[in-house]
Ligand binder design. Structure first.
Ligand SMILES: NC(=O)C1=CN([C@@H]2O[C@H](COP(=O)(O)OP(=O)(O)OC[C@H]3O[C@@H](n4cnc5c(N)ncnc54)[C@H](O)[C@@H]3O)[C@@H](O)[C@H]2O)C=CC1
Ligand SMILES: O=C(O)[C@H]1O[C@H](OP(=O)(O)OP(=O)(O)OC[C@H]2O[C@@H](n3ccc(=O)[nH]c3=O)[C@H](O)[C@@H]2O)[C@H](O)[C@@H](O)[C@@H]1O
Length: 429
């Protein structure tokens, strides 16, 4: 269409992430359709913004790439585009390179970011096996400035519309250039991501005594990351898919994702009848958590964080006197089955339960409790975790797929907390 209506030379700017060689293809298409004497310069100018931080990324980009054919006319076109960015981007951050480098650099950047996440996620499995703590590991490793700390947050798996697509696009390019070793190297980034989601889902099943049938599990967060309602390739889709397959009843709350979107996404992995029967989408966290035996955090929304809770929650004296209090620290997943005696209604279990059910109201009347049930921190909404604990059923498991809660604080409220890349299971009762 552009070629048909253009009456003067044009610069066409490719912003999307495209297969390498697209600019070359476009050039051929334009030259075959354009009126004689007209010239179309195709520039590659890939977009690097991330959802949730788009405006900041636009205003303060790390770099702007402008790829061109490199001849004098093309360099002139690249200069014209660079002049637009010069209005707010320092000149040294505008990099002019060749077309293929620019298209490949965009793919490579996303692949290397995804690779960092898969690297730390693969190490999280090793941390759970050995007793290392993946957050400590990421911090320690990241202090080496050659490595850096960003994109090293372990999670239940990366999502979003781009990482998987772009890694697989690189795999395809490598295959089509007969580079199978290169292709299989990058393919492993996606494989590890699938492994991580699968591993996390299986951990939930294992901790609930290998049966989820008709157990209510609450999922907090459905978007692929915070500050967006986008659910494309969200790890939540796969993980909830596992829970449905295990016949759990799943209640979902996300502050930004609409019910119809959640249902549509889950219908990609399960039949509509199974989704209708097993899934409910809730308006708020509290109704989602009522009567649940486990809560699973899948998006790192700020409202789920625990920074409003005091370092050490006040605990009623008789709670500290329970015989289990001194013996139940640092149990691994596998040792949980021993602990399941508590789940069969032992008197101490019931006593603990009664204590916990009273905990929220105790807290909301004491002075310290006032700070605990604060629902806002610096104007930001926070979940009242004591209220969640009192509304849940035993064993009050909490699976933090984003490592955003402080496990000791929630353990003090009666949760048994499982984090990514930490062997220790946190609970106090
Ligand atoms: N969403 C993001 O944060 C970022 C996206 N990008 C890249 O920008 C591009 C667009 O991303 P989104 O806006 O998120 O995608 P999107 O899926 O929301 O929009 C893509 C649009 O292109 C249209 N489309 C798809 N194939 C087409 C075809 N063959 N011919 C004509 N139209 C077609 C679709 O109908 C849709 O309207 C992608 O290449 C993506 O990798 C780059 C950086 C950030
Ligand atoms: O090409 C694109 O579309 C964009 O893809 C990503 O941006 P985006 O997918 O929006 O979000 P990220 O912040 O990169 O997160 C991607 C996924 O990885 C997860 N993640 C991120 C960082 C981390 O340390 N750990 C981790 O699990 C996020 O939760 C999310 O699920 C890149 O960061 C952008 O630079 C790029 O422009």
């Amino acid at each position: 269409m552009i070629a048909e209506v253009a009456t003067s030379d044009k610069i066409v700017v490719e912003k999307s992430t495209v297969p390498c060689g697209t600019a070359d293809n476009l050039r051929e298409v334009f030259s075959s359709l354009a009126r004689p004497g007209l010239r179309f310069d195709i520039l590659s100018n890939p977009e690097f913004l991330a959802e949730g931080t788009a405006v900041n990324d636009l205003l303060a980009p790390d770099r702007i790439l402008i790829g061109s054919l490199g001849d004098a006319r093309a360099l002139e076109a690249a200069e014209a585009l660079a002049d637009i960015y010069a209005a707010w981007v320092p000149r040294e951050r505008v990099i002019t390179i060749n077309l293929w480098s620019s298209e490949l650099a965009k793919l490579a950047a996303n692949c290397m970011l995804a690779q960092r996440i898969s690297s730390i996620n693969s190490l999280s499995a090793l941390c759970e096996a050995t007793g290392a703590d993946v957050d400590e590991l990421a911090h320690a490793v990241g202090q080496d400035r050659r490595i850096g700390t960003r994109m090293l947050k372990a999670s239940a798996g990366f999502g979003g519309s781009c990482f998987k697509k772009d890694v697989l696009s690189l795999v395809y390019i490598a295959e089509s250039h007969h580079l199978p070793e290169v292709a299989s190297y990058w393919k492993r980034i996606v494989d590890i991501n699938e492994y991580q989601k699968d591993r996390f889902a299986k951990r939930i099943t294992r901790c609930l005594y290998n049966s989820l049938t008709n157990k209510k599990i609450t999922v907090l967060g459905f978007a692929y990351k915070k500050d967006t309602g986008d659910t494309r390739e969200s790890a939540a889709i796969t993980i909830i898919g596992h829970l449905i397959a295990e016949r759990a009843r799943v209640a979902i709350y996300d502050p930004k994702v609409e019910e119809h979107q959640i249902v549509r996404d889950l219908q990609q992995v399960h039949k509509p009848e199974a989704v209708a029967e097993r899934v409910s989408v809730c308006e708020d966290s509290y109704s989602a958590c009522a009567d649940a035996c486990a809560v699973v955090i899948l998006t790192e929304w700020d409202e789920f964080k625990t920074d409003h809770l005091p370092e050490k929650a006040p605990r009623p004296r008789h709670l500290m006197e329970t015989p289990l209090a001194s013996t139940s620290h640092a149990m691994s997943d596998d040792s949980l089955s021993d602990h399941s005696k508590m789940e069969t209604g032992s008197s101490s279990g019931e006593e603990n339960d009664a204590v916990l059910n009273g905990l929220a109201s105790t807290l909301s009347t004491s002075d310290t409790a006032e700070s605990m049930s604060q629902l806002t921190v610096s104007g930001k909404h926070r979940l009242d975790w004591a209220r969640v604990a009192s509304a849940m059923r035993r064993p009050r498991l909490l699976f933090d797929g984003r490592n955003i809660v402080q496990p000791d604080k929630l353990a003090a409220l009666g949760f048994r907390v499982h984090c990514i890349g930490k062997m220790k299971q946190h609970f106090e009762l």
